[in-house]
Every structure is written in structure tokens, then in C-alpha cells.
Design a protein around this ligand. Structure first.
Ligand code: 5GP
Length: 161
């Protein structure tokens, strides 16, 4: 029987099985694994923002958030929490932790097998978010309310889940 965390036909059709992460998960390419269970794995990023930068990756072939089974997404967050705590207790420089997920090219996604970045932060680690100029001139309250209204309507239009 196909369970919630098995890829369905749409997921299989929309997924490029030749991503580097698929190869890592399948053992074709090496990686430094720190965790694996029946839904997700975690291994170290080959180009870390800071030492210990870890990627939490679903075993299911989901390229995007839309394709990710909710139970797997929940497990990704649970494992990211654990990895964050492990980073803080690891002896690596870690005064804080960032989680980051890129869903789509415009969001900065480069590997189309979804993944949650977990990386240590510390003073003068060199990492900065570059914010647009408009950030420093917040919009009128009505604009924020209008955006909220659109999102509420879209949420109401979703099927339960
Ligand atoms: P994205 O830009 O899609 O959010 O993140 C992709 C991440 O995958 C980058 O941080 C990049 O360094 C990492 N990455 C790309 N290729 C490899 C690889 O072959 N092995 C590992 N461990 N990480 C990789």
C-alpha cells in the first residue's frame, strides 16, 4: 500500500532523480552523514557557511515544498531541532543557529531535492542577510493587512491537511 511518505506519480514525474543528493542518499557519492532514519537523512554541506553546516534531506524524492509529504516535513524540522542542539553541544563554534530552506530558483534553490540547512552562527562569522532597501522603509499598515487578506484567502482555499 502506498503510504503518505511514498512518492506518488506526480512526485516521481516532477522529480529529477539525478540530483547530487539522490546520488548521496543512494550511496553513489560520498558524504559525511550525521543522521539517518526511515524518512530523512542529515549530512554535512560540502561548502559550509560555517563549520558544521548540515543539510537535513528527505529520503522521498521531493524537489519542492509542494511535493513534500507533511509528515516528512515535520520530521525534517524535528531533526533540524536535534541537529541544532547537537551543534550547540558539539564543541564547534556555535553561539546561535540558523535554519534555511530554499523552495524554487527565485528563493536560491540550486539542488532540486528539497533540503533544510542548519548552520552554526557566531560573532564575526562573516554571514549576513542582504536586505533590500525597501526593508528600511516599512510599508503602510494597510498594505500588510491586504497581503494578510490574500494569504488567508489562499489558505482557506487549500484542502485540509
Ligand atoms: P540550495 O542553494 O539548494 O539551498 O543549497 C544547496 C546546497 O548543497 C549548497 O549549500 C551546496 O554547498 C550543497 N551541495 C552542493 N553539492 C553538494 C555535494 O555534492 N555534496 C554536499 N554534501 N553538499 C553539496
Amino acid at each position: 500500500m502506498q503510504g503518505e511518505d511514498q512518492p506518488n506519480a506526480v512526485q516521481r514525474g516532477g522529480f529529477d532523480p539525478h540530483t547530487v543528493f539522490a546520488k548521496i542518499l543512494g550511496g553513489e557519492l560520498p558524504a559525511t552523514f550525521v543522521y539517518r532514519d526511515e524518512l530523512v537523512a542529515a549530512f554535512l554541506d560540502i561548502q559550509p557557511i560555517t563549520p558544521g553546516h548540515t543539510l537535513v534531506v528527505p529520503l522521498v524524492k521531493a524537489a519542492s515544498l509542494a511535493e513534500l509529504p507533511p509528515a516528512t516535513g515535520a520530521r525534517m524540522f524535528t531533526v533540524a531541532q536535534r541537529v541544532g542542539a547537537a551543534l550547540r553541544g558539539s564543541g564547534l563554534a556555535c553561539e546561535g543557529v540558523n535554519l534555511f530552506l530554499a523552495d524554487g530558483v527565485a528563493a536560491g534553490q540550486t539542488v532540486f531535492h528539497l533540503h533544510l540547512h542548519v548552520f552554526p552562527r557566531y560573532a564575526d562569522d562573516g554571514f549576513r542577510w542582504k536586505l533590500p532597501e525597501r526593508y528600511y522603509q516599512p510599508p503602510p499598515r494597510a498594505d500588510i493587512e491586504a497581503a494578510g487578506e490574500r494569504i488567508r484567502a489562499a489558505l482557506e482555499g487549500q484542502r485540509p491537511g
